[in-house]
Write a protein that binds this ligand. Structure first.
Ligand code: HEC
Ligand code: HEC
Ligand code: HEC
Length: 409
């Protein structure tokens, strides 16, 4: 009898041990998967990986800021040059408070003011996922800013001015879907890092949230529902754009193409829809009054357009749904700032590749073929013929061309 009881007890303990380990294993698995999802939502890999490199998260990508270039550090689990030796608390301080391991401040090129909206649990899960990636030994000299900006102590002031700590708070008068969207947009998605106008110190102008900003030669348009593209897009149009990089109005290129490819296309249908619902609910300024262009310039621009552009974008600017953008409606074309139009005409654009559409159609470069006056004329035509965006001067075309020539990425 006794031995049977003992045996039974032993079996029981063994079973408990196994199921304990198993449920711990399942829990770990769930944390890693949740962390992987959040790491995509937060697009950590885009800055912390050199584009095209097969060593994800190993750092070394230069990040252009208004003040100079910072190089994103190695966040693989390598103990010496990555974050392998960091405690969970240290990682949380970096992500949610902008504090480095040595106690100094991080620059906001690392979007911690947004990541602060994530919870402690979120950061733990991100850690769990990052612990599963391959450790890479890669020391990265991060700070290449000129004096005095290279003095991290300057960030103390910045921090007081622009950083509000504290995780995302649910607004109980809004739907669960709205709140999920708000969390993703304002937290891990850090959409405002590019779409919110900045002060001269690079802080967000909080009274102009998501109302558009120009960075690295790209215009990140107003994404409130006031005057940007979203004034006309439905929530479904927006969800489709975030999921696939295309919709009936626009195709994502450049910085946004990368955001779609590496981040939003990897989120669930429910989550991109939630972001769309939240953004459609953000009000913004209404369009500015009309402005007209010189009729000779318009005529010259129209001729160039028919000759070089209409084969793809169509004579009426309507393009081809999901393939060639509708220029008559594109927000990037019809906004006050002509930077994007000039850049695209001079340099061309490759739209984003996603799992569904592996090679997006490309826009050829015309910079080699058109002089500054011609670029300005065709840009003026596409902005002013169907819409009412201000004309573009030869000088603006010249400046943009010079900028593109000096830009490395
Ligand atoms: C927009 C670009 C960008 C994104 C997105 C980004 N980072 Fe960073 N990160 C940086 C830059 C640049 C630095 C260096 C800032 C500094 O040293 O002041 C940095 C610093 C860090 C540091 C501090 C490392 C050290 O050695 O001090 C950690 C940890 C980190 N990032 C983790 C993450 C994680 C995790 C994510 C996703 C949740 C993420 N980052 C997303 C650009 C980015
Ligand atoms: C790294 C900077 C960056 C981040 C982060 C970013 N965007 Fe963008 N976004 C841009 C740029 C630049 C454009 C213009 C793209 C173009 O010209 O094709 C753009 C375009 C868009 C457009 C469409 C504009 C149009 O009419 O073609 C939408 C909608 C949008 N972004 C939403 C978002 C959302 C939602 C997020 C957060 C998940 C986000 N963006 C994060 C830079 C960014
Ligand atoms: C071979 C076909 C083709 C021709 C010719 C062409 N385009 Fe495009 N264009 C495209 C495609 C494809 C895109 C989308 C690329 C992307 O994803 O941003 C695009 C994008 C654009 C955009 C950006 C729209 C947006 O939503 O951000 C502008 C502006 C533009 N083209 C203007 C022109 C002008 C002006 C000409 C003539 C000088 C021209 N295109 C000729 C195919 C073409």
């Amino acid at each position: 009898m006794r031995s049977v009881a003992k045996l039974a007890l032993a079996t029981f303990t063994l079973a408990a041990g196994v199921s304990g380990a198993m449920s711990a294993g399942l829990q770990d698995f769930a944390a890693v998967e949740r962390g992987r999802y959040l790491t995509n939502a937060a697009d950590c890999g885009s800055c912390h990986t050199v584009p095209g490199s097969d060593r994800p998260f190993s750092g070394g990508r230069p990040i252009e800021t208004p003040f100079g270039v910072l190089v994103a550090p190695n966040i693989t689990p390598d103990r010496e040059t990555g974050i392998g030796a960091w405690t969970d608390e240290e990682l949380e301080a970096a992500l949610r408070k902008g504090v480095r391991r040595d106690g100094k401040w991080l620059y906001p090129a690392m979007p911690f003011p947004y990541f602060a909206r994530m919870t402690q649990e979120d950061v733990k899960d991100i850690r769990a996922y990052l612990s599963t990636v391959e450790p890479v030994h890669n020391p990265v000299p991060v700070n290449q800013l000129p004096f005095p900006l290279n003095q991290r102590v300057a960030m103390t002031v910045w921090d007081r001015l622009y950083f509000t700590p504290g995780e995302f708070m649910v607004q109980s008068d809004k739907s669960e879907q709205w709140n999920r969207g708000a969390y993703l947009v304002e937290g891990p998605g850090h959409c405002g890092a590019c779409h919110t106008p900045k002060t001269f110190l690079g802080g967000d102008k909080s009274d102009k949230r998501l109302q558009g900003y120009t960075l690295q030669g790209w215009v990140a348009p107003d994404i409130t529902s006031g005057q940007g593209p979203l004034a006309e897009w439905s929530a479904d149009d927006l969800a489709q754009y975030l999921k696939t990089g295309h919709n009936r109005f626009a195709a994502a290129a450049g910085l946004m193409g990368e955001v779609v490819e590496l981040s939003t296309s990897k989120l669930s249908e429910d989550d991109v829809k939630a972001m769309a619902v939240y953004l459609k609910n953000q009000s913004g300024p209404k369009p500015a009054a009309d402005s007209s262009a010189d009729s000779h310039v318009l005529a010259a621009g129209g001729a160039i357009y028919q000759d070089l552009c209409s084969s793809c974008h169509k004579s009426d600017g309507s393009g081809v749904p999901d393939l060639i953008p509708n220029l008559a409606k594109a927000a990037t074309v019809n906004m006050g700032d002509p930077t994007t139009v000039l850049r695209v005409v001079l340099q061309g654009a490759q739209s984003v590749a996603t799992d569904k559409e592996p090679t997006g159609p490309a826009m050829p470069a015309f910079g080699w073929q058109l002089n500054d006056a011609q670029v300005a004329a065709v840009a003026t035509y596409v902005r002013n013929h169907w819409g009412k965006a201000p004309p573009v001067s030869e000088d603006q075309a010249k400046k943009e061309r010079a900028q593109l020539d000096t830009r490395t990425n």
